[in-house]
Design a protein around this ligand. Structure first.
Ligand code: C2E
Ligand code: MG
Ligand code: MG
Ligand code: MG
Length: 291
């Protein structure tokens, strides 16, 4: 009967919800141990300049390989641990891995800037700029080789609150980037006041720009806005050559996406760099990698 069917569907709804909560609970309670056991690692995705195809830097993206659940997407577990103290542990752990890697490259004559994603909770930790400064110092890494990415929707939710900490970070010399740009609600007045170096156009617009004139208009507007404010503009999620060509015509600065490379573990990234990139020397004596 209809009543039985409705009953059955309620039962499966609630047991489905039970699954969701159980999984979330599991992620939250097991995160610390996963860090200790080495299950939390990072992959790196290159960022390339459109004008001269230089490797401008790489972005570190966290990965959790769970013994039973397999690969857990960061969008899922970052959100789950965000309400707990573990979000600070995640950042410390990723920063340690990244700073050590930057140092390895510098010792080999390569200056590759690495970007780390922040949760808005990280910005709220009172000693956050001091933690970053101490990490740079301990690893002997120049601040300009570290970029911190913060999403537009989080920082613009309360710009007045985050302005002081962003200024402190900027004063250290680290680069600040606004991620997923176009999906939040930027106040242009605040955007101008934030001490940022870069904005990253959200991949939804980049992926839509070839077929959707509205998305194309948004991409163009973001590039022009960024440039008027003296910022570097990065397009994320570039999968198609047509998008790359259009972005180049629009004078977007850098691109990131599967078209160039997926995020890769460090050993794969290094063999990718060795096989696809050409090393050249800059006038300053620095080595650069070029596609
Ligand atoms: P995000 O920082 O905007 O990173 C870009 C996401 O798009 C990554 O997903 C990347 O793998 C994916 N991507 C890159 N190129 C392409 C492309 O061409 N096509 C498509 N379809 N996707 C592409 P991922 O690694 O799953 O990360 C998702 C989000 O999780 C990140 O978005 C970031 O907000 C967050 N996240 C990642 N690592 C960390 C971390 O260490 N800490 C914190 N707090 N958040 C992190
Ligand atoms: Mg990012
Ligand atoms: Mg993004
Ligand atoms: Mg994103």
């Amino acid at each position: 009967t209809a009543a039985q069917a409705a009953d059955e569907s309620m039962r499966s709804y609630w047991s489905g919800m039970g699954e969701v909560f159980r999984r979330r609970f599991q992620l939250v309670t097991q995160f610390r141990r996963a860090v200790d056991q080495g299950s939390i690692t990072v992959q790196y995705q290159p960022k390339i300049s459109l004008a001269d195809r230089e490797l401008v830097g790489v972005e570190a993206l966290v990965r959790w390989t769970h013994p039973e659940l397999g690969a857990v997407p960061p969008s899922e577990f970052v959100e789950a641990i965000e309400a707990t103290g573990s979000i600070d542990l995640l950042l410390e752990h990723v920063l340690e891995i990244v700073l050590a890697q930057i140092k390895v490259w510098v010792d080999r004559g390569l200056r590759i800037a690495v970007a780390v994603n922040l949760s808005v909770r990280n910005l709220s930790a009172p000693d956050f700029p001091a933690t970053v400064a101490a990490g740079l110092e301990r690893h002997g890494v120049e601040a300009s080789l570290l970029t911190l990415e913060i999403t537009e929707s989080s920082v613009m939710a309360d710009p007045e609150r985050y302005l002081p900490v962003l200024r402190q970070l900027h004063a250290l010399g680290v680069n600040l980037s606004v991620d997923d740009f176009g999906t939040g609600y930027s106040s242009l007045a605040y955007l101008r006041r934030l001490p940022i170096d870069e904005i990253k156009i959200d991949k939804s617009f980049v992926q839509g720009m070839i077929t959707d004139l509205g998305d194309l208009a948004i991409v163009r507007a973001i590039i022009d806005l960024g440039h008027s404010l003296g910022l570097r503009v990065v397009a994320e999620g570039v999968e198609e050559e047509a998008a790359r060509d259009a972005l180049k015509t629009l004078r977007c600065d850098d691109l990131q996406g599967f078209l160039v490379s997926r995020p890769q573990p460090i050993d794969k990234l290094e063999s990718w760099m060795n096989s696809t990139m050409v090393r050249t020397r800059q006038p300053g004596g620095q080595q650069v990698l070029r596609l």
